[in-house]
Design a protein around this ligand. Structure first.
Ligand code: DX5
Ligand code: ZN
Length: 213
């Protein structure tokens, strides 16, 4: 069954603890935390201090998506804050294999993220080392954008590579996920979908999460 990772980016920032509890109780699988640094992406969100403060509000896996330059400088802080899974952008890493190795050295799961226009070939060498690949299905930096259909081709490439190389990484997609695009993702063998707006803008979080599954 496809896993659901609500992104609290779309929740009320004055009540993030409650936002985490709500999706936890509504049956989500992971909690997706969008870290933006005002540099790799223009917007700013929050850092490890917020992740740490939210940790006591749910036991679900914390899926930290680092949209930041030089993420290696912050890995220890996110681990200490309680991240279970840390994903870094290939576009932000001068030495991606080293960064992946460093994440795993802390005993947490490691992911790599691809922007919509970044070729899958850029991450091929690290695929045997990662637990997760996040394919961005919108330009990172903001919630509420439309799913870019052209990215489906790259999802198919990832599925094929995983099969031919006998690898085990999960495929997560991030951006523009609603009941309709989640269904398309499921048909393309995606394992995890991230959803911000479609979850937090709905009246009933339980049915919103069920609709995505
Ligand atoms: C975009 C973030 C996404 C975003 C998804 O930069 O990485 O996680 O919150 O939001 P929606 O579901 O609104 O596209
Ligand atoms: Zn994200």
């Amino acid at each position: 069954m496809m896993k659901i990772a609500p992104s609290i980016l779309a929740a009320d920032f004055a009540n993030l603890g409650q936002a985490v509890e709500q999706v936890d109780q509504a049956g989500c699988d992971l909690i997706h935390l969008d870290i933006m640094d005002g540099h790799f992406v223009p917007a700013l969100t929050f850092g490890p201090g917020m992740v740490k403060a939210l940790r006591s509000h749910s036991d679900k896996l914390f899926d930290c998506h680092l949209m930041m330059a030089e993420p290696e400088k912050w890995l220890a802080d996110f681990v200490e804050a309680g991240a279970d899974l840390i994903s870094v952008h290939v576009e932000a890493c001068a030495n991606l294999p080293e960064v992946i190795k460093k994440i795993k050295s802390f005993g947490v799961k490691a992911g790599v993220v691809l922007n919509p226009e970044t070729p899958v070939s850029f991450i091929e060498a690290v695929l045997p080392e990662v637990d997760l690949v996040i394919q961005m299905t919108v330009i990172p930096g903001a919630g509420g954008q439309a799913f870019i259909m052209e990215t489906l081709d790259k999802i198919d490439q990832l599925v094929t590579l995983r099969h031919t190389k006998k690898l085990k990484f999960l495929i997560e997609v991030d951006g523009g996920i609603n009941a309709k695009t989640a269904r398309i993702c499921r048909e393309h063998q995606v394992d995890v979908v991230v959803a911000g707006s479609s979850v937090y803008q709905s009246e009933n979080l339980v049915s919103a999460i069920q609709a995505l599954r």
